[in-house]
Structure formats: structure tokens, C-alpha cells
Write a protein that binds this ligand. Sequence first.
Ligand SMILES: [Zn+2]
Ligand SMILES: [Zn+2]
Length: 175
Amino acid sequence: MTTSLDREKKIIEILQKQGSASIQELAEAFGVSSMTIHRELDKLAEAGIVQKKHGGAALATQSPAGCAMCGKPISERTVFIVQLESGEQKRACCAHCGLMIQSHAKDAQQSLTADYLRGHIISADQAVYILGSELTICCVPSVLSFGSRQDAEKFQKGFGGTLGNMREAVEYLHH
Ligand SMILES: [Zn+2]
Ligand SMILES: [Zn+2]
């Protein structure tokens, strides 16, 4: 049984891979009703991640609004999405802003972030973070997320910084 968050992650992956998908196709891929897919696409559309089209959806070409924390434009490579209990999603430009939003929101449920090296969407609580690398991609101090420790270590060799989990990344930002 897949959870709604798993499905959202997969939907984004499918759209990244093939550009667009029909509701029918997504409902069949997940074995759920098209109503369920409708609701999930609505949430993703509200968060500015997808654009609903007649009978389907595509990835939004540009986000309607910038980072919910600092207002910067959001790159798909570093995006961090905080899901609130209310169903609302807040998008941030990078893990720096995303983790700040998440740690200040009382009703933050779960977060997604992009793997900086590979660009796909991963769970923020399972990500490996590079804290304070020399390569300043977005906000300072820099916090970048990776799907695997191996990738993070590879990046660290070239650009420095410290490896950490989500809790350590939040602590790092608050010091
Ligand atoms: Zn930001
Ligand atoms: Zn940023």
C-alpha cells in the first residue's frame, strides 16, 4: 500500500521523466481511483510543482512564487517542499530555507527535497546533508541534500563541508 507522499514523489518522478501524464495513466500506475490522483494533482498544483492540463498534468515550467522563506526563485535542483498538516505545501529555494520553514512550522508533517546531484525527489528526513560547503549554490550557510551517503561524500571531497542528517542540519542552521 503506497502512502500519499510516496505517490506524490512518484508522480513528480514520472512527470520529470516523460514531461506529462494523464490522470488515467497515473491512476492505473498506482492502482488507485482517478479521484485520488485528482486530489493529489490539486495539491501539487497548489504548491506550484505541476500544472494540471485537460485530463492530466505536466511539471510546472516555472514556479508561480519564489521561496516561501526568502523569495528567491526556486530551482528544481535544490527545491525543498514542506508539507503541512492542513494539506498546504510550502516550497523553498534550498534545504537551508526549507529546514528553517520546517523547524518553525508547528504543523509540518513531512518534507521532500531534491537530490542535488541527481535532481530527483527524496524524503528530507532520509537525506544526507552537506553543511557549509565551499560551493555556494543558494543560501548561506549552504545546506545541500543528497539521496545517498556515497554521493554526499563524493561532493564533499571536491567542495568541503560536513556531512549530517536532517537533525544535524537543523542544529547547524540554528547556531
Ligand atoms: Zn529561500
Ligand atoms: Zn536558498
